[in-house]
Design a protein around this ligand. Structure first.
Ligand code: 6GU
Length: 228
């Protein structure tokens, strides 16, 4: 059984590149995942296929109307799929959520555009999620980020399963620095310990590097409970 991604978007062509290239493209090809794109404009009922309208109470911009979007959800998305609304006002997406969602049979990602959603749409989703403290014009790029974070945790998507447990965030620390040939790149040399063949010393050095890097760049992670 494929892990099923459903994506509601007014701009399905934005997903063309992702479907053909990348880890997602490969996982689609091997049918580890499937991707169903739904343009809910098809569920608008007026002559101009309107999906947005002016906000009650006034203000700038347009708000996504609830009816075509909710109709699309009901008609085209499996009832048991976890429905996630992508919005800068949502709870922050993280590795722990990616882990949890990778255990499901699939998720539905709903991409907003314009200035926001009619609040009543929230009653029809399970979760509202943001990918960070910045504003995108729409949820599409956020949906792609979530898809990639989830898909790479599925069995068979990443060749080397060990790289999943060793990488940043798997245990709440950033990754250690990596080096490959040449040993001397324009005067920058590889740390001696990595050439020593002493595996215990290498493991110790890498752990120290991870802690130092996390303390310097992301001290907030050291105060968070371990995400496993
Ligand atoms: Cl999920 N959507 C939008 N429009 N902007 C965002 C975001 C999502 N996450 C961070 N910024």
């Amino acid at each position: 059984m494929s892990y099923r991604f459903d994506v509601l978007t007014l701009f399905p062509a934005l997903f063309d590149g992702l479907r053909q290239e990348s880890l997602i493209g490969k996982a689609l090809e091997t049918q580890i995942i499937s991707l169903a794109l739904h343009n809910w404009r098809a569920f608008a009922t007026d002559r101009h296929s309107t999906v947005d309208d002016a906000p009650f109470g006034g203000g700038a911009g347009l708000v996504l109307k609830p009816d075509p979007l909710v109709k699309c959800l009901r008609a085209e998305v499996p009832a048991d799929s976890r429905k996630i609304l992508l919005s800068p006002s949502g709870r922050r997406f993280d590795q722990k959520l990616a882990q949890q969602w990778s255990q499901l049979s699939g998720i539905t990602l709903i991409c907003g555009r314009y200035e926001g959603f009619d609040q009543r749409i929230e009653a029809h989703v399970d979760e509202v999620v943001s990918i960070g403290d910045f504003v995108l014009n729409g949820g599409e790029v956020a949906a792609m980020a979530v898809m990639e974070a989830v898909a790479r945790l599925l069995p068979g998507v990443i060749g080397n399963a060990e790289s999943l447990t060793e990488e940043s965030f798997a245990d709440g620390l950033l990754e250690y620095p990596q080096f490959t040939r040449p040993r001397d790149f324009e005067g920058q040399t590889v740390p001696d310990v990595l050439l020593s063949g002493n595996h215990a010393a290498i493991a110790q050095w890498r752990l120290e590097q991870r802690m130092a890097r996390t303390r310097a760049v992301r001290p907030d992670l050291l105060r968070e409970p371990v995400t496993k």
